[in-house]
Design a protein around this ligand. Structure first.
Ligand code: AHR
Length: 632
């Protein structure tokens, strides 16, 4: 017997409560959200011809009858290399790009091609571009005539004649002579909002559907880098795409279920695009910057405090880039890039998963400088990972003394841990810093192992845990599952919220839990109790309730972690409710159930129900998460 007291309220649900954590891990950006289909398009990987095959070259270069490709390095900042192709045979010379674990093309879809070329002696008459399938059959074709001896951009379109998940791009140079090429690029025409060189539509749609309160970017460990030199530097990710300097991805090999030596960041999805994405999906942007410490799981390299200035300046300049007028240096760049209106940045993160005295010393410098210039910007500070025991061990104690505003906590743990921790935030000081539960996910097996799956067991445990986040909305202001994306053939970490391949994507049970919370966040917390106590696992039930001032609804979330169906039996106090309501049910009898590319066996279903005698009495099936909505 539960009681819903609509008069017992007072705590606001922050609009940022349920958000998105984005990191370029598992091919999340390059090879994923960023819809570029050509890997290593500007020949900037460590091995500059990685991803490119030369089928008619003599491997040992002893007898280059038909021609060869070499890499020329210039002193240009950003785009350092280009490829020189010498064609010796009238039959032409061929390069093949393998894409990101193949190139996904769809029958009848149009693809936009572009290439920079300098036809040195003017002897190359044609460059032919073909999509080829696994058997080498041509499934789409176009060509350009490189008319200029100087660098010039050429564009064309290809239409795919067949759907193929692992096509390749074959480029044939016709004529005899030397040609320089760079920025070989192909994007689907059909991108999110039809932006040229934009983002993959199905993936952004899934983010939009979460109704996220914020978008945190660009990570994760890639913020920090294994060494400081390889940290994420936002200034190198804005401006002309061809000038953005490629960087090795921190997930290049380490923690990979199999090595991923071809993982680099092109930064085609850079900070401008992240801000734009946040705006598109109605989320507050939350950039996280390096605090001058490399990943503490790697080298933990420290920048001396006396040399921290450029790092702090990056933070100040980023705020100017996001919010400054066109008369400021960085506001002008944003304007020139096509967004004269400010992005209205309100939050900034200092460091990712960092802790200890070195972090605190650096955090203090950032805090002072940011708040001196931008007093209203809220700073998210890091803390140690996986705080299992006393959370004060991981930086909280000092951050609390420093009046930090929001502290980012991360935890990857078992489903049992998540259920047991539905009361985790009951003990957090209401007057202390607010909580950003910035990375969490229940693990069915060892983190990042192939056996670690997005099971219903994990998702249900997260749903139960999240009742505790919501019930503690007074102290918990932001939350996000992590990681977000994974390419089925290119992942380094499991489990992940959304899986995709080169053609499709699917939502995991965990995604639907996030979606139900994100779309039913409400505006005000109200009390739901049993015998005067919060519902935190009694009889395997977990519950939380909110009202929504805008839709004039009460929204109750109930999680049943047992193998028996239960009734809610909720008496309502404080306000009269409508005679009927909506019930959304996410359930599965088998805790091991997963979704996949073929079927989503765990997906929400909506129905209606009638209140009886003013009571809300609905079925909460075995192993289910239900959302009950009634108009007030
Ligand atoms: O989400 C994967 C990784 O887990 C993140 O990059 C890091 O912050 C955490 O350790």
């Amino acid at each position: 017997k539960l009681t819903l007291d609509l008069a017992d309220t007072g705590v606001k649900i922050q609009p940022t409560m349920y958000g998105i954590f984005f990191e370029d891990i598992n091919f999340g950006a390059d090879g994923g959200l960023y819809a570029e289909l050509v890997k290593n398009r500007s020949f900037e990987f460590e091995a500059p011809l990685m991803g490119w095959e030369q089928p008619n070259s003599d491997k040992h270069k002893l007898n280059d009858k038909s021609g060869f490709a070499t890499i020329i390095t210039n002193n240009k900042e950003g785009n350092k290399n280009f490829c020189r192709v010498e064609v010796k045979d009238a039959g032409g010379y061929t390069l093949i790009n393998e894409g990101f674990r193949g190139i996904g093309v769809k029958a009848n879809d149009t693809y936009n091609l572009s290439i920079m070329a300098a036809n040195q002696e003017g002897n190359i008459s044609k460059i032919k571009f073909q999509f080829i399938d696994a058997n080498g059959a041509v499934v789409g074709e176009t060509s350009v005539s490189p008319s200029s001896k100087e660098w010039k951009k050429y564009t064309a379109q290809l239409k795919a004649t067949k759907t193929e998940a692992k096509a390749k791009l074959k480029i044939t140079f016709e004529g005899k002579g030397t040609i320089n090429i760079d920025m070989v690029s192909i994007f689907p025409q059909d991108t999110w909002k039809n932006r040229p060189s934009g983002l993959r539509k199905d993936l952004v749609q899934k983010l939009y559907d979460l109704n996220p309160g914020f978008l945190r970017f660009p990570g994760g460990c890639i913020v920090e880098g294994r060494v400081l030199e390889q940290r994420y530097q936002w200034k190198k990710t804005v401006g002309a795409v061809e000038d953005r300097e490629t960087l090795i991805n921190r997930w290049n090999t380490e923690f990979a279920h199999k090595p991923t030596p071809d993982y680099f960041q092109s930064f085609g999805l850079g900070f401008f695009e992240y801000f734009q994405l946040a705006e598109d999906i109605g989320a507050e942007p939350l950039p996280i910057l390096s605090c001058g410490i490399a990943c503490q799981f790697n080298t933990g390299e420290l920048v001396p405090l006396a040399e921290l200035d450029p790092y702090v300046q990056d933070a100040l300049d980023l705020i100017e880039f996001a919010n400054g007028s066109a008369s400021t240096k960085w506001g002008k760049l944003r304007t020139d890039m096509g967004h004269p209106q400010p992005f209205n940045l309100k939050f900034i993160g200092v460091g990712n998963e960092q802790w200890g005295p070195d972090y605190i010393a650096r955090y203090k410098v950032f805090e002072k400088a940011i708040h001196a210039k931008y007093p209203t910007i809220k700073i998210v500070s890091g803390s140690g990972p996986f705080p299992d025991g006393d959370y004060f061990d991981y930086g909280w104690k000092q951050l609390k003394e420093l009046n930090a505003q929001i502290v980012d906590e991360h935890y990857y743990n078992s489903p049992t841990w998540f259920k047991d921790n539905a009361t985790r935030y009951d003990k957090y000081d209401r007057k202390g810093p607010k909580v950003f539960a910035g990375e969490y996910a229940a693990q069915s097996k060892d983190i990042a192992s192939a056996e670690n799956k997005n099971t219903w067991d994990c998702a249900l445990a997260e749903a139960a845990f999240m009742t505790g986040l919501e019930r503690n909305a007074e102290v918990v202001h932001m939350t996000s599952y992590a990681p977000l994306f994974a390419h089925a053939d290119g992942w380094q970490w499991t489990p992940d919220l959304i899986w995709f391949n080169n053609l499709q994507s699917y939502a995991t049970p965990n995604y639907y839990v996030q979606k139900l919370y994100g779309n039913n966040a409400g505006t005000d917390l109200v009390a739901i109790t049993e015998g005067g106590k919060a519902i935190t696992g009694q009889n395997g039930l977990f519950a939380t309730a909110v009202t929504d001032k805008n839709t004039k609804e009460v929204i109750i979330k109930v999680v049943n972690t047992t193998d028996k169906a239960q009734q809610t039996d909720i008496s309502v106090k404080g306000k009269k409710l409508a005679a009927s309501g909506t019930l959304i049910t996410l359930k599965n009898d088998n805790l091991k159930s997963e979704n996949n590319f073929q079927t989503e066996t765990v997906a929400p279903k909506e129905s209606t129900f009638k209140l009886s005698g003013g009571k809300i009495n609905v079925d909460v099936p075995a192993y289910s998460f239900v959302v009950i909505k009634v108009k007030m």
